[in-house]
Design a binder for this molecule. Structure first.
Ligand SMILES: Cc1cc2nc3c(=O)[nH]c(=O)nc-3n(C[C@H](O)[C@H](O)[C@H](O)COP(=O)(O)OP(=O)(O)OC[C@H]3O[C@@H](n4cnc5c(N)ncnc54)[C@H](O)[C@@H]3O)c2cc1C
Length: 387
């Protein structure tokens, strides 16, 4: 069985960062991935553009569901930019401070990572290699894969999502269930408004003891809501491990209910068919949705609307209610994973010496906008630095 100083399972964002940082110490490293190229998953990120980090990062507690300031202080978004800059990647930030490669292609990120990995003679990469089990005997980890077994004293789990669950169970690592997060929300049918975008919209989630709101773009799907705002709201459902609850959408967050009442009242004078009364404000099918919600007869004229009906319409535009029942497939991250307080400040298991965790397998999840990849870079760096 071939022995290495360090084996890293998972050549995603965190695993590649960890390998590059560890390699500087001259250690013999084996980087394993079941994919055909290192960093392959990055290709799917940021709609193929890879939103690598975000310049808004501090205070980080605004962007993550956990407090990870201690870690970000050791490797910040600026350190990430420097790291990639030194490898030749040119980046830019958009108006929301999201950072992308200037090529607008995730392939550039994958290319520079692979170029750098290839420079280190002490990094062996075994692709199309699926880890199946891990044994621990006399201070040595044995990693059993489909292409054979390898051993090491220090093992890093950087497998991203939930594929390491059996390792967590086997080694009694404390974790929270992996629950899909940053995902479109499934509600009652929204077929009538499918593919319509509203920007900005405000989505409010009603929890037992508080309300949480997010403003930005939403995209209606056939049975629910997608878009960054819906994704960010999904993380609260994920953390409760229960995709059930009420949300409200404010379709005109920059107008008060009184202003909307005035806008709609003016339309009485236009004496339009009621189903045309939202023309000039919303696309027709959004209008139908509002009227359906108010149960107003579509065969009337706007001149016939009473003040209390207009109040109801204005209220509905600000409080369109949906019941979240589940989520769509294709989530961006998992909420849950290895509890940070079961790890040392260097992300080594407290109960299992020599076993490290970085990236999404840890119970750290952030909002959309580059924060999850920043955690992958930060955590990969910290493990690599300390190992
Ligand atoms: C569609 C999509 C878009 C996203 N867009 C963004 C974005 O723009 N910005 C952002 O910040 N975040 C984004 N994310 C989230 C981001 O991709 C993750 O947070 C990040 O990739 C986690 O890095 P990681 O190294 O922990 O895991 P990963 O990048 O998932 O890497 C894990 C690696 O482990 C390998 N692996 C898993 N199991 C095994 C096994 N049994 N044997 C061998 N290898 C294994 C996988 O093949 C993979 O290469 C997006 C996610 C998705 C799905």
């Amino acid at each position: 069985m071939k022995n290495f100083d360090v084996i890293i399972i998972g050549a995603g964002a965190s695993g590649c960062m960890c390998a590059l940082k560890t390699a500087l110490k001259g250690k013999e490293i084996l980087l394993i991935d079941r994919a055909k190229i290192a960093g392959k998953k990055l290709m799917a990120t940021g709609n193929g553009r890879c939103n690598m980090t975000n310049l808004n990062l501090f205070p980080s507690s605004d962007f993550y569901n956990q407090n990870i300031d201690n870690f970000l202080n050791r490797h910040s978004h600026e350190d990430t930019l420097n790291f990639f800059n030194e490898m030749g990647l040119v980046c830019f930030a958009d108006e929301e401070k999201r950072v992308y490669p200037i090529s607008n292609s995730a392939k550039s990120v994958i290319d520079v990572l692979n170029n750098q990995l290839a420079k280190f003679k002490n990094i062996s990469i075994s692709l199309e290699t699926e880890f199946e089990d891990i044994e621990f005997k006399n201070g040595i980890y044995e990693v059993i894969t489909n292409v054979g077994a390898f051993s090491c004293r220090k093992l890093v789990i950087a497998t991203g999502g939930n594929t390491a669950q059996k390792v967590l169970d086997k080694f009694k690592i404390k974790s929270k269930p992996f629950v899909p997060s940053l995902v479109a929300l499934k509600t009652q049918s929204t077929k009538i408004v499918e593919n319509i975008r509203i920007s900005p919209a405000k989505v409010t989630l009603f929890l037992k003891d508080k309300k949480i709101s997010e403003i930005g773009e939403i995209l209606f799907k056939d049975n629910g809501i997608s878009g960054i705002v819906a994704f960010n709201i999904s993380s609260y459902f994920a953390r409760n491990n229960n995709y059930n609850g009420k949300i409200e959408i404010d379709l005109l967050p920059n107008h008060t209910e009184e202003q909307i009442f005035d806008l709609l009242k003016l339309r009485k004078k236009l004496n339009l068919d009621i189903n045309k009364m939202f023309d000039g404000i919303f696309l027709p099918n959004i209008g139908y949705l509002i009227l359906n919600n108010c149960k107003l007869n579509e065969n009337r004229k706007t001149a016939q609307l009473t003040d209390s009906e207009i109040i109801l319409l204005a209220h509905t535009i600000k409080h369109l209610s949906f019941e979240v029942k589940s989520h769509y497939p294709n989530h961006q991250v998992y909420s849950g994973g290895v509890l940070i307080d079961s790890l040392t400040e260097n992300l080594e298991s407290i109960v299992r010496k020599g076993l490290y965790f970085c990236g999404e397998v840890c119970d750290v999840d952030g909002k959309c906008g580059g924060y999850n990849l920043q955690w992958a870079w930060t955590s990969g760096y910290i493990v690599g630095e300390s190992i």
